[in-house]
Design a protein around this ligand. Structure first.
Ligand code: CA
Ligand code: CA
Length: 77
């Protein structure tokens, strides 16, 4: 099972999750059972390939997902 970053954080106030890109509160959640546990002060949001969320140490390593705009030679995006 792989883990990926989401753009959420609760670094300002424990368990008050917000999107880092626009600072808005996160309205939806899909926490894994027992999460978020803030273990060793976890303040960044990750998710597993199962789709379940887990708070995770911000300096930890895990996979990233990038969004790219792409247009092929036929103009299809
Ligand atoms: Ca936390
Ligand atoms: Ca956790």
């Amino acid at each position: 099972m792989y883990r990926f970053w989401l753009d959420g954080r609760d670094v300002e106030s424990e368990n008050h999750w917000y999107w880092d890109w626009n600072a808005l509160p996160i309205q939806y959640s899909k926490w894994q059972s027992g999460q978020p546990d803030n273990r060793f002060d976890q303040d960044c949001l990750s998710f597993y390939t199962s789709g379940e969320w887990d708070d995770y140490g911000c300096n930890s390593r895990c996979h990233a997902i990038c969004e790219l705009e792409y247009t092929d030679t036929n103009g299809i995006i």
